[in-house]
Ligand binder design. Structure first.
Ligand SMILES: Cc1cc2nc3c(=O)[nH]c(=O)nc-3n(C[C@H](O)[C@H](O)[C@H](O)COP(=O)(O)OP(=O)(O)OC[C@H]3O[C@@H](n4cnc5c(N)ncnc54)[C@H](O)[C@@H]3O)c2cc1C
Length: 559
């Protein structure tokens, strides 16, 4: 059995920021199912929002975020996000992040959707990549223990308190128990629940499902972000930075159609608004497949300086050089707004468990996240969760972790890892279940939702769950048993899909990214509330919770 006072699960930006904060205060380890620098955070291009110039203000950032969230964001948490932002950007700079600069040497900022000001700090269009690598260098320098390619299987609880984790060492096909005082979950989102997504293959919502199974409260799971501009066909993200640097959206007639939907903000309206507009326009032209993102007027030098990755992706995966031709794009799932409910220090409803980053729901995004606010959230709340976990771990004795608890949780896994021939599924497989699940989610729990389709989706998911229960798990002791990991991940996703679909069915209104064609208006009287989901004896149990409103009363949202 291994022991670490704080165990951070996840080597993306939230996990590494927490680790760099804690290091030196208490004994800390980072566990990650993919090598940390391959975490999904590395794909982020656009930037980190933070108020840097005298013309902008924290108040404006708070207001843009509250409005963007369609008034479901918790204003107390949003104030923390925005106020801590500038300090974290400078902290990252001191660690060595090479932010892109203006000619006068000041950190450059670009416009992203829903912001009243060019507020996103960036490093060309490699923003997530450079910060991830800088943080990883820092934690190696600080001597944080890293377990790369180790997979969290279960949280171990004693008397309702998290006191350990059962983990799987993937290269060596071995189980291990890690005893700990505090766990910080930083396991990212569940994008792979959808067939069309910008997310990495690793984004299977493990941490959310594992926390839910352990009894933690999840919140606002029905809110799923769909990014307006992903490459038609592959759904690789074409960053909002492309519109921030001047890109236009054009329909089949070549017209900038956003003037019909958001005349003031045009292409830089929030993502929920732009995605719905694109969906409608797609129906009108290009055989119902895509619309165009046009950068041809932006200029080759500017594209080369600010959007090199966008250009390379378009050439490589669509055969289109954006300097000379428009890029075909369509919306796809992009971000998990819901997650493990936390307070502003990352504490969850379970003792000994904290969460930060996309796995969590501290509710800074509410019903719709603004571009640039998620990267900011990872570092602001990663740091806060790190500080809180260190403080708690320092002042507490080692919690009990009985042999009985450990044995009870290990037993079923031993069976899975037993050597011996793998039982093949004759008529069904994880691959089929996954394919049907993701297609169902994209088609029936997508940008536009109806009660009827959501009912069908819930029924379909229940059938898939039954089929999943009948699958023979891909057993075996071989290193990198990816079939076993696939099987586990589909199990996590099925849990979460049920919460998303049931939550969406229950919420009889339209708010932010949750758009019900049968309830097209926002209903503050009945639905200005969070959805809390808990695991019950016979399936999920839903409750509602109050939204924190400090300064800004809900208003009609127009752009
Ligand atoms: C293509 C793309 C571009 C984006 N661009 C921007 C942007 O410009 N600005 C912005 O604000 N936001 C952006 N976002 C969103 C933002 O990048 C993510 O929300 C953020 O990086 C998530 O960071 P994280 O640390 O929470 O999780 P991740 O970076 O996803 O890391 C999760 C970690 O958890 C580990 N993990 C998961 N499950 C397990 C398990 N069972 N056991 C062990 N380890 C596990 C993984 O190995 C990984 O290390 C973008 C998203 C995408 C998809």
């Amino acid at each position: 059995m291994l022991m670490h006072e704080v165990l951070i699960v996840g080597g993306g930006l939230a996990g590494l920021m927490a680790a760099s904060t804690i290091s030196g205060k208490v004994d800390t380890a980072v566990l990650s199912k993919v090598y940390p620098t391959r975490s999904h955070s590395g794909a982020a291009q656009g930037g980190f929002n933070a108020v840097m110039g005298a013309d902008d203000s924290i108040e404006a950032h708070v207001f843009d975020t509250v409005k963007g969230s369609d008034y479901l964001g918790d204003q107390e948490a949003i104030e923390v996000l925005c106020s801590d932002g500038p300090g974290v950007i400078f902290e990252l700079e001191k660690m060595g992040v090479p932010w892109t600069r203006r000619d006068d040497g000041v950190i450059a900022q670009r416009s992203l959707g829903g912001a009243g000001f060019p507020r996103a700090c960036f490093a060309a269009d490699f923003s997530g990549h450079v910060v991830l690598h800088t943080l990883f260098e820092q934690i190696l320098k600080l001597g944080v223990k890293v377990y790369p390619e180790w997979h969290l299987l279960e949280l171990l609880l004693e008397d309702g308190c998290v006191s350990g984790a059962l983990v799987y060492d993937v290269p060596n096909a071995r189980l291990e128990v890690i005893r700990t005082k505090q766990v910080i979950l930083a396991t990212g989102g569940y994008g792979r629940a959808f067939a069309k997504t910008t997310n990495a293959h690793a984004n299977t919502g493990d941490g959310m499902a594992i926390a839910y199974r352990a009894g933690a409260v999840l919140s606002d799971m029905e809110f799923v972000q769909f990014h307006p501009t992903t490459l038609y066909g592959t759904n690789i993200l074409i960053s909002e930075a492309a519109r921030g640097e001047g890109g236009y959206l054009r329909n089949a007639a070549g017209r900038r159609f956003m003037s019909d939907y958001a005349p003031a903000k045009m292409e830089l309206a929030p993502r929920d608004v732009v995605s719905r507009a694109i969906f409608k326009e797609i129906k009108e032209g290009f055989d119902g497949h895509y619309v165009h993102l046009d950068l041809t007027h932006v200029g080759e030098a500017h594209v080369a300086e600010r959007l090199p990755q966008v250009r390379e992706i378009s050439i490589r995966y669509a055969g289109v050089d954006p300097v000379g031709s428009p890029i075909p794009i369509e919306p796809a799932q992009h971000y998990s707004m819901g997650g493990v409910r936390t307070d502003i220090w990352g504490r969850t409803s379970l003792d000994g468990l904290l969460a930060a980053g996309e796995v969590s729901n501290v509710s800074v995004h509410g019903a719709n996240r603004l571009g640039g606010n998620s990267l900011l959230e990872t570092v602001v709340f990663g740091r806060r969760a790190g500080n809180k976990a260190a403080e708690l771990a320092k002042n507490q004795p080692w919690p009990d972790l009985s042999t009985k608890t450990v044995e009870r949780s290990i037993e079923p896994w031993k069976e899975l890892l037993a050597a011996g021939p793998r039982k093949a599924d004759r008529d069904d497989s994880t691959v089929f279940v996954r394919k049907e699940m993701t297609t169902l989610m994209t088609n029936q729990v997508g940008v536009f939702r109806t009660g009827k389709e959501l009912e069908n989706a819930v029924e379909g998911l229940m059938q898939l769950r039954e089929r999943y229960g009948r699958l023979a798990p891909p057993r075996g002791k071989q290193p990198f048993n990816l079939a076993l990991l696939d099987y586990l991940e589909v199990g996590y996703l099925l849990d979460l899909c049920e919460l998303i679909a049931r939550g969406a069915l229950a919420r009889a209104e339209s708010r932010g990214a949750h758009y019900r064609t049968d309830f097209p208006r926002r209903d503050d009287k009945n639905w200005l509330a969070h959805t809390f989901a808990l695991r019950g004896e016979k399936g999920p149990r839903f409750e509602t919770g109050q939204v924190s409103i400090t300064r800004y009363q809900p208003q009609e949202r127009g752009y």
